[in-house]
Design a protein around this ligand. Sequence first.
Ligand SMILES: [Zn+2]
Ligand SMILES: [Zn+2]
Length: 83
Amino acid sequence: MTTATAPIFTATCRRGHVTHGDADTVGRNGGHLRCACGALTAARVLAVTVKPDHRCGVKCTSALGATCDCSCGGKRHGSDHAA
Ligand SMILES: [Zn+2]
Ligand SMILES: [Zn+2]
């Protein structure tokens, strides 16, 4: 059995805020995330490819898509758009 990290879920609310959650908050098959602004938003699994030598920067923190190729493992993905 491979040690897969728990999926990170991401949701972009209608005001454009990006929220992250883990499988415990969202449920394994997806669900909804409550944005800090109050909007309940459908969550998508963030497809994370960890690239240890790719330094995390604006390309990641300003991203709106659900794909992350970065050393942060998705933790900072879209964080510029947090509520
Ligand atoms: Zn990053
Ligand atoms: Zn990213």
